[in-house]
Design a protein around this ligand. Structure first.
Ligand code: URA
Length: 201
């Protein structure tokens, strides 16, 4: 599949999905091929507005840490497990509607299984970094990020190294020194894993 075909397929899947409310869609961003591929969960409001993954609040955190290990956004490929924005519509007390993000459902992740595999094949990264539990469950057999973050694992089916990391928005929920330290250590471990893979290539 060419990249234009992947983009077209994402558009068709997103536009034809009517089971649950969604708020627009995006595709991946960054060079093809690329040495590192980051895979997030699903886009939020800002991502859909700007047409790129990780450009909202979590994206700013992500980019800061990426820069801290001497990579810039332009060097890496960034994509998602679910390409549309999963939303929840709620009616407030005064009859107005509010929209919030929700995690993608398994069936929504499965809709994009083939296109994500095609994107991985085209990008052909040395390492895939999963951000949070959603891409972790999709690309490894782990159930929870707590049990494997910061360790390099190998996916036989994809024939790729996977490095599981917490999602950058976890920093917002875990506002304590111990978590910050763990998170920062994981970025250093990623840097070491990359250096190791690049030297052995
Ligand atoms: N969070 C994600 O998981 N993906 C994005 O693209 C943005 C925020």
């Amino acid at each position: 599949m060419t990249y234009d075909e992947i983009k077209e397929k994402i558009k068709i899947i997103a536009e034809n999905y009517k089971d649950e409310p969604t708020g627009g869609f995006i595709t991946g961003d960054g060079p093809i091929p690329a040495k590192i591929l980051f895979v997030g969960e699903a886009p939020g409001k800002t991502e859909v507005e700007e047409g790129k993954p990780f450009v909202g609040m979590a994206g700013k955190t992500f980019e800061g840490y990426l820069n801290s290990i001497d990579f810039s956004r332009e060097d890496v490929r960034i994509t998602n497990t679910c390409f549309f924005r999963p939303i929840k519509l709620k009616e407030t007390k005064n009859g107005k509607h509010s929209i919030s993000n929700r995690p993608p459902k398994t069936k929504e992740i499965e809709l994009f299984r083939e296109v994500l595999n095609e994107e991985i094949a085209l990008v052909n990264p040395m390492i895939i970094v999963t951000l949070g539990n959603v891409p972790l469950k999709r690309l490894t057999s782990f159930d929870s990020i707590g049990e494997c973050h910061g360790n390099l694992v190998f996916n036989e089916e994809l024939n790729k190294y996977i490095f599981p990391m917490y999602h950058p928005s976890a920093l917002t929920y875990n506002r304590n020194e111990a978590f910050l330290k763990t998170y920062e250590e994981d970025w250093q471990k990623l840097k070491e894993a990359l250096n190791g893979l690049i030297h052995n290539a």
